[in-house]
Design a protein around this ligand. Structure first.
Ligand SMILES: Cc1cc2nc3c(=O)[nH]c(=O)nc-3n(C[C@H](O)[C@H](O)[C@H](O)COP(=O)(O)OP(=O)(O)OC[C@H]3O[C@@H](n4cnc5c(N)ncnc54)[C@H](O)[C@@H]3O)c2cc1C
Length: 477
């Protein structure tokens, strides 16, 4: 029996491998990197551990939570959450605590926020508008002043496009279920019962970093007869009629190997998969694939003396610096920090591949990160003991206005293949968190076992996301 071929050993690919090997189906996972975990991997440098930016484990899905518990057991920690926003040279609790925010922005600005909120709510009642962009959506929910202070800069740093060009759908997904009123009520009364997803103030986390869970998943698949090929880059797929026949792996010397399979699940970026089909799809399909854009993520990983701040991570809204967020892994799990009072941090930059910052050399990037942290009064450059750069070229699918029609074209084309399923975040071009990526892998695997899930529908109710908008509220995201 030919194996199921899975491209990518990230959360979605490994979840599929886990489910299939559990059901005695042979699988081959092909991964281009030298380790498993994808964007959720943990890098080990000496005795320090770094994730790819902060990776909070949070899910509403009982099955996923059960998997985390089963595979991690006592290595699944419960971590208190502290996250703040750096804006206007001050720190604001995220989500906002009313008194902290009031004193932070000053009474005049606070009055302005409430005035703009209430006038917007009244206008909305009289002439409701159907929001098209992220900006329309947030302004209509929270008022323009709040949008300008706590949403605009960070969002534009992360996505690299104006908020008027980001689809309202993303805002709806990201911060659905939250209103200024419910946030204020939550801040003051801390109601029990149904929590608003953005307001959760504790999360679970693997002791040795996010990647620890995916290493456990990989171990399970290997122990149950699965194969995981590392350092192998898939450049495309051969197909005939309504079937994919083989994944093509290209080697450094220019030669290639076909890996044949009975079915193919891919978490590699969707556009790469489509552009790598042999024979090539029609021109309009290729054009749709070329039109999908991904945002890149640059992590400047620093090992510093002492523990420079108490947060798990800080969102940096300040315009004066380019960094968007800084994560502190000692505050996720002390086991990620080496002995001697050192702390591993990731200073995060978002960019497109043709932005200057992407091609800056490592020394230059480290200088930039150190000087920006110094400017924020987080640390002095002399405190940095070690550093390296981690680049992820296709980290965030850019959900700009117009991407949906491209996706429709691609989905319709893909539907002709009866043994091909895209899975995961880049594979499905969705703003997926780990739990959703895991679910896409599990469901795609179950489809191969006879079920009929619509994998594209996973994530419709995604209200809690990692990149962290500042929300006008108390208690966490
Ligand atoms: C900075 C940042 C912070 C995040 N924070 C959180 C958070 O707090 N909580 C949360 O739940 N989620 C978070 N996420 C999202 C999370 O990382 C993803 O949802 C998850 O990793 C997606 O899993 P995946 O399997 O779909 O894709 P990936 O993790 O991208 O894995 C895909 C794998 O496929 C491999 N691959 C790609 N192309 C090829 C090819 N051609 N050949 C072979 N292999 C290939 C890649 O190397 C990779 O290993 C964050 C993401 C980022 C970037």
């Amino acid at each position: 029996m030919k194996p199921v071929v899975i491209i990518g050993a990230g959360p979605s690919g490994l979840a599929a491998a886990y489910e299939l090997t559990k059901n005695n189906i042979p699988v081959v996972v092909i991964e281009q990197l030298s380790q498993v975990g994808g964007l959720s991997r943990t890098l080990v440098r000496g005795e320090a551990r770094y994730d790819i930016g902060p990776h909070r484990f949070f899910t509403k899905n009982d099955e996923v939570f059960g998997l985390w518990k089963d595979l991690l057991k006592e290595d699944l920690l419960s971590v208190p959450r502290l996250t703040r926003i750096f804006y206007n040279n001050k720190f604001f609790y995220y989500p906002l605590a009313p008194m902290n925010a009031l004193f932070g922005v000053g009474p005049l600005a606070a009055i302005g926020i409430f005035f703009s909120y209430f006038t917007t709510r009244i206008k909305e009642r009289i002439t409701p508008v159907d929001p098209v962009s992220f900006e329309d959506w947030v302004v209509s929910q929270f008022g323009r002043r709040l949008f300008e202070i706590f949403f605009k800069t960070y969002t534009e740093k992360v996505w690299g496009i104006p908020c008027t060009k980001i689809g309202a759908e993303w805002a709806g997904q990201r911060i659905k279920g939250l209103s200024l009123m419910s946030a204020a009520v939550n801040a003051v009364f801390k109601p029990q019962g149904k929590k608003i997803k953005t307001l959760v103030d504790e999360f679970v986390f693997p002791r040795l970093g996010a990647g620890m869970f995916y290493e456990r998943m990989a171990d399970y698949a290997l122990a149950n007869g699965g194969q995981i090929l590392l350092n192998q880059h898939v450049t495309g797929f051969r197909h005939e009629g309504n079937k994919l026949i083989a994944a093509v792996v290209r080697h450094a010397d220019g030669s290639s190997t076909d890996i044949e399979g009975s079915a193919f699940l891919t978490s590699a970026p969707l556009s790469d998969g489509i552009l790598g089909l042999n024979p090539l799809p029609p021109a309009e399909v290729l054009e749709a694939a070329r039109g999908l854009r991904y945002r890149s993520h640059l992590g400047v990983d620093l090992l510093v003396e002492g523990n420079p701040f108490p947060d798990n991570w800080i969102y940096v809204h300040a315009r004066e610096v380019n960094l968007a967020r800084v994560a502190n892994y000692r505050n996720f799990s002390s086991a990620m920090a080496p002995p001697g009072g050192l702390t591993p941090l990731t200073v995060e930059y978002f960019c497109f591949k043709d932005d200057g910052i992407w091609s800056r050399d490592d020394e230059d990037l480290m200088k930039l990160a150190k000087s920006e942290l110094q400017r924020m009064k987080i640390l002095q450059p002399e405190q940095v003991r070690d550093g390296f750069i981690m680049c992820n070229e296709k980290a965030y699918p850019v959900l700009e206005i117009g991407y949906e029609s491209r996706m429709e074209t691609l989905k319709q084309y893909i539907a002709r293949f009866d043994n091909f399923q895209p899975i995961g975040r880049s594979g499905m071009f969705k703003y997926n968190n780990m739990d959703h990526a895991i679910v896409t892998g599990l469901l795609a695997a179950r489809n191969l076992l006879g079920s009929k899930y619509d994998v594209w529908s996973v994530n419709i109710d995604a209200e809690y996301h990692e990149s962290g908008q500042a929300l006008p509220v108390e208690k966490s995201h």
